[in-house]
Every structure is written in C-alpha cells, then in structure tokens.
Write a protein that binds this ligand. Structure first.
Ligand SMILES: C[S@@+](CC[C@H](N)C(=O)[O-])C[C@H]1O[C@@H](n2cnc3c(N)ncnc32)[C@H](O)[C@@H]1O
Length: 280
C-alpha cells in the first residue's frame, strides 16, 4: 500500500455531510474518517482531473477541501490512528486490524475497513444499532413471529445485518444498490460467521414480509422507496429509519404515518435522528 498519497480534509455544511462522505468514498475508493469538524480520506496518486472533479462535486453540496501530500506511507496505518472500537452495549464494533480486547459481556462485530459505508463510527449507524439493540434485546416484548426476520435496506458494510443476526434475528436479508457494498457486506458477514443473505435485488423481488426492516439512508431515498419498505414490513412489525437529520424527522414521520406506521421511539445523537415505527 506504499506510494504517493494525498490526505484530503473536507469541510462544509453539516446538513450535507453524508452526501460529501459518499462523494469522497467514491472518489477515494477507500474509507472516509469522520471527525468532529469534517471528513478525512486518502487518495492514491490522484490525477489533477480527479482532484478537479472532487472539488466540483464537493462544491455542489456546499463542501470544500484542502490536501496534504505524503509519500511512502501506508494509508491503513494513518487510518488506524483514528478509528477506535465503537461500543453500543452489548455490541463492540472493531476494525479487522484492531488489537484491542473485547470487553467482558460484549458481543464483537468485526468490520473490514474498506470502501463501503458503515464502520460504526457515523452517528446514523450508531443510532440504527441502538434501535436494533432496543428492539432485539427484548424480543418477546415486541415480536410474536415464529421466525424473527429482518431486512436491512442499504446495508453498506453489512454492519446492521450482522448486528441483527448476532442479536438473535433468525432470518436476515440485506440489500444494496451498490455492487461494491454487496461484496464488502459478504466479506464482513463471512468474517463474523453470521449467515446473512446479501442480495442486489430490488425490494419488489425480495420474497415475503419481515418482522423488522431497517434502513439507514438519507430522507429523500427513504421517502422515495417508502412503499417498498412498507410492503416488506409485516403488519404488527417495525421499521427503523436512520440517516435523518433533525430537520428531516417531521416530514419523514408524517410520510410513513400515511403508510400505516406509528412512531414508537426516537433516538438522537448530535444533529442525527433515528425513528422506530410500528406498522398497524
Ligand atoms: C448511509 S449508508 C448505510 C450503511 C449501513 N447500513 C450503516 O448503517 O452504516 C447507505 C447505503 O444505502 C445504499 N443505498 C442508497 N440508495 C439505496 C436504495 N434505493 N436501495 C438500497 N440501498 C440503497 C448505499 O449504497 C449505501 O451503501
């Protein structure tokens, strides 16, 4: 992994952080580190066209960047300095290179640091994990299904599907529209020895309904695919919607209320929100 690298540090409007992260992931072809003030990524020997393209795409979502060149450095080593295991009790999410010990009583989830979204460090992932822990650690309270099934829409690294399986969901299916995410999710499912069905099929081609559907995607997409999400959620089942900024919450909850869902709990972290809704 040695060679000439450019460290890119991007800053901009908080409301378009996720869009900026998606652009950086696409251009850098590697993971993006979330910091309190922005996003950091490493590009290997980028051409001037690549950098110009990055600048234009980031500018279109209100972001800008500055860059620092370095040579003969291993980007993974750079990454390792910043990425720490994430604890969402009882889950302990660590990167595959992590040497830290899993604390007693925690369930480990190992994520390979790669190009798909979902290292566990982003607030929207943390909130979705919190909601899954809440619902799945008291299964009897929420679910009557003979087989507790979960559909993870927009699985990215596979983190939510893997967590659900480890928390006791029996049938877990995960989808993504991004081929790279599907490959990474399969790799991570193998790494964690969690049998999860990972597919690129559209929602309409996935068979059956699910006790629980989780989707951590931006509001616009959640609303766009809301009918499909609703069709996949069994009556009496639950949906976890994450990836929402506080200003997105009202519109999203109202929209899903119109599809027979009612809000039962919300989780917040910084400016991010995840909602749990029950289908009537
Ligand atoms: C913010 S990431 C979430 C990743 C992971 N689930 C997590 O919680 O960290 C959103 C993912 O949704 C995928 N995605 C975007 N639009 C989608 C759609 N219409 N159907 C399925 N997946 C979609 C993206 O490719 C991306 O992997």
């Amino acid at each position: 992994m040695d060679g000439k690298w450019l460290e890119v540090f991007a800053t901009g409007k908080e409301s378009s952080r996720e869009l900026a992260a998606t652009i950086l992931i696409e251009v850098a072809g590697s993971g993006v580190e979330e910091t309190a003030t922005g996003l950091r990524a490493y590009l290997k020997e980028p051409s001037s066209e690549t950098l110009k393209g990055l600048e234009e795409r980031l500018a279109s979502v209100g972001w800008t960047f500055h860059a620092r060149a370095f040579t003969e450095r291993n980007w993974l080593e750079e990454w390792k300095k910043y990425i720490r295991p994430v604890r969402i009790k009882p889950l302990y999410i660590c990167q595959s290179f992590s040497t830290s010990r899993v604390p007693a009583g925690y369930i480990p989830i190992v994520i390979d640091p790669s190009m798909a979204f979902g290292t566990g460090t982003h607030p929207s992932t943390k909130l979705a994990l919190k909601a899954l822990v809440w619902l799945l650690s008291k299964k009897e309270r929420f679910f009557e299904d003979r087989v507790l099934s979960l559909l993870d829409v927009g699985t990215g690294s596979g983190i939510l599907a893997i967590a659900a399986k480890k928390l006791g969901a029996e049938r877990v299916v995960a989808t993504d529209i991004d081929g790279l995410a599907l490959r990474v999710a399969r790799k991570n499912a193998r790494l964690n020895k969690t049998p999860v069905r990972i597919t690129g099929k559209p929602l309409t081609e996935i068979r059956g309904g699910f006790s629980l559907v989780v989707a951590n995607i931006i509001k616009e997409v959640l609303i766009h695919i809301s009918k499909g999400l609703s069709q996949k959620t069994r009556r009496g089942g639950y949906i976890v919607l994450s990836g929402l900024l506080q200003e997105d919450e009202k519109e999203t909850v109202e929209h899903f209320s119109g599809l027979s869902f009612s809000l039962i709990r919300r989780f917040t972290l910084k400016e991010w929100v995840a909602v749990v809704m029950k289908k009537g």
